[in-house]
Design a protein. Sequence first.
Length: 79
Amino acid sequence: MVMREIEKLKLSEMTCRQGVIEVAKIIYGVHDEAKDKAFELEMSWVCDESNRQHQKVPDNLLEEAKAAAKAALEEMDAD
């Protein structure tokens, strides 16, 4: 399910930062609180911003991504 959602993204048209936020939304969106255990989102990347080195996504961006994902979930629940 996650792969299907990722495949829908136009990755060539977004930055790595935008990608982090979109992937966080997907992960939070497919998590079923009734069936799945609680989780802590951790992300890493390899991109120009990380000098093409595998690194954890910066904390400020990770927090922004989590907030955007939670807001998107709340918006979906309101509909």
